[in-house]
Every structure is written in C-alpha cells, then in structure tokens.
Design a protein around this ligand. Structure first.
Ligand SMILES: Cc1cc2nc3c(=O)[nH]c(=O)nc-3n(C[C@H](O)[C@H](O)[C@H](O)COP(=O)(O)OP(=O)(O)OC[C@H]3O[C@@H](n4cnc5c(N)ncnc54)[C@H](O)[C@@H]3O)c2cc1C
Length: 483
C-alpha cells in the first residue's frame, strides 16, 4: 500500500510540475492488480474464477524484450548494507581490504556471502536460464506432491535434498522475471497437468498482494484482531537458537542454516520451521516474520505476512496440520543428505539417527563424533507434546476471552464494517476449544517409535495433508472474494 501511495504522489508531481502524461502498466502481478479483484459488470469475483481461466485472458508478454537497466545504474551499490549489523559489516570490510590489497583471501572464510554467491546467479539473464532449466524438470512431473503423480516414482516437491521446486522466487520478487512471462512459457512448453499446480502458485502472489492491499497492516498486526491479546511463553534465548539453527532438531537447524547462508529454503521447510517456532516454542509469528524478512532473498512483505499470519492462527486462512520436526525429516530428507550438507557436524551419523541424534546409542554417537551439547546442541525442548499443549492453551485462552468472534461450529468471524462479517477457517483441533485435544496429525505419539525412525519416503498422511492444505487455501480465497 505504501508503494501505491508513493506511485500516486510521483504521478501527481510529474504531471503537475513537468506537464507530462503518465501511464502505468502491470508489472509485478501475473493476472490482476489488487484493486481489480472484482471485474466491471461481473457478479463473480476474479478470486472465485478457476485460476487458469483468469490467466487465459492474458495477452502474452511483449515479443521484443525491452531494454534493461544494469544493477549499478540503479544505485544499489550505494545503499547496500546500510542496515547490516556492524559485526557483519566489519566482516565484509575485511574482504574489501583484502581485495584492495590485490588478494581474494580465502572466500570460504573471508566472505560471509560465499554460499550465497555460489547458490545464486544474479540478474535477468540468469533468471531466464533458471526458468528454462526448471521447465525441463517440471516436464517430468517433479512438482507434484509425492504420491500424487500418476507415475509413482515421479513427484516430490517437498524434498529438501532435491531442487524440485522452481527456485525462481527472488527473480520474481525483484522483477528479473515477470510472472506473466513465466506463465506464458509454462503454457508454451508444459502439458496442462504438468503446469497446473505450479502456475496456480504463481498467481497466489497476486492474491497475497490483494490481501495486503485490503489489510495494509497485516505485516505488523493480526488480521483476526483478538489474537493481538495472545500470551506467548517462548523466550528470547529460544528465539536466538531458532534463528541460528541451534535447536537440536536437525531438520529445523539445517533449514535455518541454509536460510542464513543462501537466503532461501523451499516452501515445505518454511512450514516446518515456522511451525516449530509457533507451535513448539510458543513464540509469536511476528518474530518469525521479522527474521524471514531480514534473511530471505525473496522476502516479499505480502506473501511473508500472509503465510506467517496463517501459521499464527490470525490470518485469513489456517493450516490444518502441525509438522513434526523429526517425522517431517524422514519424509523430505530420507537419506539425510540435506542435513549432512548443512550440519556437517552430524555427517557421520547413520541414517536412522540423522533426524534424531539423541536417540542414537552412546557408542554410535562416539563413533560418529557427535557429542550432544559439545559438537551438536541439546534439544531446545524435549517434550514436544507438552510444548504443543502450552501453545494450544494460549490460543484457546484468547478464543474464550473473545467469544463474540466464534461461530457456532468453532470457526471464527471478523467484522468487515457495514454489519458484514467474514467467516474464517480454524484448525480442527483448535475448533474444539479443548487444550487436551491437540492434533496428532504429523505428531506420532510414541516418542521412541522405531517405526518412526524407519519411515521411508512413501505416500501417506503427509502428502494428503499438504494437498488438503492447498484446497483449504483456495477455499479461503473464495471466502475472501465474497465482499
Ligand atoms: C512462513 C512462510 C513465509 C514465506 N515467505 C515468502 C516470501 O517472503 N517471499 C516469497 O516469495 N515466498 C514466500 N513464501 C512462499 C514460498 O515458500 C516461496 O515462494 C517458495 O518457497 C519459493 O521457492 P520457489 O521459487 O522454488 O517456489 P515454487 O514452489 O516453485 O513456486 C513458484 C513461485 O510461486 C510463488 N509462490 C509459491 N508459493 C507461494 C505462496 N504460498 N504464496 C504466494 N506465492 C507463492 C513464488 O513467487 C514462487 O517463486 C513463504 C512461505 C511460508 C510458509
């Protein structure tokens, strides 16, 4: 919204002081601007349209590519790093000093952005290259959730150890790549079934912008206002351990270290780490939002706020599952390759203990050189179920304090003004308002289960749940389009 105000001011200034005619064009959205949610003369909302039909109305992108401005011409070099904490700046100054002295130093130790430079190729040309590479992968069906592809061995976009999502988000965020161009290339090259799930997500960006436009404070304030009164029991120390990837849960730690080092992690791991913070550490979604905003190279206030609010129960939609940090690890990183990559201190643990090193017999740990609380951190919390109950209690306390926002079936409503209310989904277990009934979906109740340790990467409740989440997500937008 602040960009809209800025653009209007600029437009007015250019018109009045220079007497120029100002025209604007769609740039960052794939299909519709936030204020175009309702089409002229149509009863139905764009958000209620099946997405592909919305997109089919689009004209293709321009054929001759417009001239691009080089990064240095935008002046980024003059402002970069202004808000970086002094400690990091010093570190970069060291690299700078080395370069001025004619040496690159050892990039691994002298350049904090070493992994980031290795992971990303920057710029428009690189974005186009990545898109073409991605289209080849998408063509064999890698973007399907595991188990849902007609061919059993295909699919698996939740995998942490593979590059089976587009990895295009920073390019889309900064405009190296236009979502309309991405959509058009998908239509040219992929069969409908192969592109459907992916293009839907590209259009979700537009929906996130529409949501931020409608609730401009949603990056700082709960959309379901009563959740502003929620108590949180997590500590600052626990927050630090989450941020630094020192929770003692390998999948969470590996993801948080990847985030720090390359500024990105796949969507599935964003769910795992977000729910670890909120559901298990009982820390506010606002802390998570702020850290992601600081570290993600694709940070986008609209998407980030929408997703964190959903995780924190206060958004327009609600996730109907809770990721278990060990169980999720077995699913998305079955061989432990991802954990070994980002947590080299666990590299020698046998696969059955890679996601739960505390369960390994002492001899195995010694052989693998894993000393808990020496080489690797002790778990930040041990009783995950009790941790979940503490959080659940705080959520239910808010709901009981504000019964006026509860619907008969336990769902919630928020006032929209003019006597209208918007009905919103609530996770099944919270809906019951009973702190002892927490969902065990994703949470095996036997903490020492060998079955859990040996779980393979197979279809099952996990895939079904995420698929279910996708459907809910769309349903929520149908509701949002009603007013
Ligand atoms: C807690 C949380 C915070 C997030 N914060 C951000 C953020 O700040 N910026 C951001 O771009 N994405 C965010 N996402 C959404 C998603 O995780 C990333 O877009 C995705 O992981 C980027 O990788 P990709 O390009 O491989 O995605 P793909 O899965 O291949 O998707 C393709 C593109 O679709 C768009 N997209 C994907 N998922 C969503 C979504 N849920 N909502 C809107 N657009 C989507 C992105 O532009 C993405 O590049 C967040 C998700 C969670 C759970």
């Amino acid at each position: 919204p602040w960009h809209v105000t800025r653009d209007r001011e600029l437009e007015a200034a250019v018109k009045h002081s220079l007497g120029l005619e100002v025209r604007s064009f769609k740039a960052m959205v794939a299909a519709f601007e936030p204020w175009e949610v309702r089409q002229k003369g149509q009863k139905k909302d764009r958000l209620e349209d099946p997405l592909p039909s919305v997109c089919r109305q689009l004209s293709g992108p321009p054929s001759g590519w417009p001239a691009s401005v080089e990064l240095p011409d935008l002046g980024y070099g003059r402002t970069a790093g202004r808000l970086i904490p002094p400690g990091f700046r010093q570190f970069n100054e060291r690299r700078q000093a080395l370069r001025e002295a004619g040496s690159e130093g050892d990039p691994k130790t002298d350049d904090w952005a070493f992994e980031m430079r290795k992971f990303w190729k920057i710029g428009e040309h690189a974005a186009m290259e990545r898109l073409e590479e991605w289209l080849l992968d998408a063509a064999w069906g890698c973007y399907f959730p595991p188990g849902l592809h007609p061919r059993d061995d295909a699919g698996g976009r939740f995998r942490a150890d593979k590059r089976w999502t587009a990895i295009l988000s920073p390019y889309l965020r900064f405009g190296d790549l236009s979502p309309r161009y991405v959509y058009a290339r998908c239509r040219q090259t992929l069969a409908f079934d192969m592109r459907r799930l992916f293009t839907k997500r590209v259009v979700w960006r537009d929906k996130a912008y529409a949501q931020l436009y409608r609730w401009p404070e949603s990056h700082t304030t709960s959309i379901r206002g009563h959740y502003e009164q929620e108590s949180w029991s997590g500590t600052r120390l626990q927050l630090r351990r989450w941020q630094r990837g020192e929770t003692g849960f390998p999948l969470v730690d590996a993801a948080m270290r990847q985030l720090w080092k390359v500024g990105w992690m796949c969507n599935h791991l964003r769910h795992v780490t977000a729910q670890f913070l909120i559901e298990h550490l009982d820390l506010s979604w606002k802390d998570g939002f702020a850290w992601y905003d600081y570290t993600l190279v694709d940070t986008d206030v609209a998407i980030n706020a929408m997703m964190w609010q959903m995780g924190g129960h206060s958004g327009i939609g609600a996730w109907n599952f809770v990721m278990h940090p060990v169980y999720a690890g077995k699913k998305v990183d079955p061989e432990g390759a991802y954990v070994r990559r980002w947590l080299p201190e666990l590299a020698h643990l046998p696969v059955e203990y890679i996601h739960c090193p505390w369960e390994a017999p002492a001899g195995t740990r010694i052989a693998a050189n894993v000393l808990i609380n020496g080489v690797y951190r002790q778990r930040v919390i041990e009783d995950l179920l009790e941790a979940r109950r503490i959080h659940q209690r705080n959520v239910i306390a808010v709901r009981k304090r504000f019964p006026q926002y509860l619907d008969k079936d336990g769902c919630e409503v928020i006032p929209l003004g003019g006597g209208k209310v918007l009905r919103l989904e609530v996770r099944d277990d919270i809906r019951e308002n009973d702190e002892n009934k927490i969902t065990l979906l994703m949470t095996p109740d036997d903490p020492r289960s060998t079955v859990r340790r040996n779980l393979g990467f197979a279809k099952g409740v996990h895939s079904t749940l995420i698929y279910d989440e996708t459907k809910r997500f769309e349903a929520m937008y149908d509701a949002f389009g009603e007013f």
